[in-house]
Design a protein around this ligand. Structure first.
Ligand code: NAP
Length: 278
C-alpha cells in the first residue's frame, strides 16, 4: 500500500518507520525541507517533500501535524489527492477534529495513538512506538465500513491495541488520563518553583529523583501539545481539573485535621485503583 504521512515529527516519523518495516511504500510531507531530509536519511520515509502533490497516488494518508494545523492541512491536501484516498489523523482531541474534517472528506476516520514521549520532532521518532499501546479510532454513523476496516487493519499491524469509540466519549475519557495529568504535572513543577528561598529550591532540585521524574514527566514535555489539549478539549479539561482541585482540597483538609486514618484509607484506595488504569 502507498501510505502518505503529513507532519514528520515524533508520531508521523514513528508511523513511517513501522509502515516501511511492514513493506508499505511511505510518502512523507513536512513543512521544512530540512525535516524531509532528516526523515529520508533516517529511513522513516521512502520519499519526502514539502509539496503536497507527492501524495497524488497515496492510498491512505495519516495527518500528523499539531492539532491547530489539521483542518488547514486537509483543505490544502484535497486538490492533490484521488477520490478514493482514505484519510485519518492522530490528534490528541477527536470531537472538534472529526466535526471539521468529516464534511471536507467522506473517507475520513479520526484516530489517536495513546503513545508518546516528552521530546518532539523527527529526531526522536522511533520504531515500535505504538506496540502494545492503545490506538483509538473514532468512527461516526457516517464513516464507511471500508474506511474503518482498512485503517483498523493498518494500525493493528503496528501491534497496537485497537479500540473504537465515539469522538466525544474519547475526549471525555482522555481528559482524565492524558489531559488532566498534563495540567496536574505542569502544576506540580510550577508549585515547586514558588519556593521563595533560592537556596532551598536549589536543594530540592538537587534531591529530585525517581518520584519527581515520574510525576513531572508529562508536565515537562511538549508545551504546544499541552495548550492545544486545553484549547480543543476545554470543557472536559475544566471538568476534570475541577474534580482534581476538589480531591486536593480533601487531602488538604485531612492533613489539616490530622486525620491520618482517613488519609491512609484514601491512599489504600488509590493504590488499589491504579492497577485498573495501567
Ligand atoms: P511533533 O513531533 O512536533 O511533529 C509535528 C510535525 O508537524 C512536525 O514534523 C512539523 O514539521 C509539522 N508541523 C508543525 N506545524 C505545522 C503546520 N502549521 N503545518 C503543517 N505541518 C506542521 O509533534 P507530535 O508529537 O508528533 O504530534 C503530532 C500530532 O500527534 C499532534 O496532533 C498530537 O496531538 C498528536 N499526538 C501526539 C502525541 C505525543 O505524545 N507527542 C501522542 C499522540 C498523539 P516541520 O518540522 O517540517 O515544521
Amino acid at each position: 500500500m502507498k501510505i502518505g504521512i503529513v507532519g514528520l515529527g515524533l508520531i508521523g516519523g514513528s508511523l513511517g518507520f513501522d509502515f516501511r518495516a511492514l513493506g508499505h511504500y511511505v510518502l512523507g510531507i513536512s513543512r521544512r525541507p530540512s525535516t524531509c531530509e532528516v526523515a529520508q536519511a533516517k529511513g522513516a520515509v521512502d520519499q519526502a517533500s514539502s509539496d503536497l502533490s507527492l501524495l497524488a497516488t497515496a492510498d491512505v494518508i495519516f495527518i500528523c501535524t499539531p492539532l491547530e494545523a489539521i483542518e488547514a492541512t486537509v483543505k490544502q491536501l484535497i486538490p492533490h489527492i484521488r477520490d478514493t484516498t482514505m484519510l485519518t489523523d492522530v490528534g490528541s482531541v477527536k470531537a472538534s477534529v472529526v466535526q471539521k474534517i468529516s464534511p471536507l472528506w467522506p473517507r475520513f476516520i479520526g484516530g489517536h495513538p495513546m503513545a508518546g514521549k516528552e521530546a518532539t520532532g523527527i529526531e526522536v521518532a522511533q520504531a515500535n512506538l505504538f506496540a502494545q499501546k492503545p490506538y483509538v479510532l473514532t468512527p461516526t454513523a457516517n464513516t464507511s465500513e471500508r474506511v474503518t476496516a482498512t485503517i483498523t487493519a493498518l494500525v493493528a499491524d503496528l501491534d497496537a491495541d485497537v479500540h473504537q469509540c465515539d469522538p466525544a466519549a474519547h475526549d471525555r475519557a482522555v481528559a482524565w488520563i492524558s489531559h488532566l495529568p498534563k495540567m496536574a504535572s505542569a502544576g506540580l513543577i510550577a508549585a515547586c518553583l514558588s519556593e521563595p528561598e533560592p537556596a532551598l529550591l536549589a536543594l530540592a532540585q538537587t534531591f529530585a529523583s525517581s518520584g519527581f521524574r515520574d510525576t513531572s514527566r508529562v508536565g515537562g514535555g511538549n508545551p504546544e501539545l499541552g495548550w492545544m489539549m486545553a484549547k480543543y478539549n476545554r470543557q472536559e479539561v475544566l471538568r476534570t481539573l475541577s474534580a482534581y482541585r476538589q480531591a486536593m482540597d480533601e487531602v488538604t483538609t485531612l492533613i489539616e485535621e490530622s486525620d491520618w486514618d482517613a488519609l491512609e484509607a484514601l491512599f489504600v484506595q488509590t493504590q488499589q485503583a491504579r492497577a485498573k488504569f495501567l
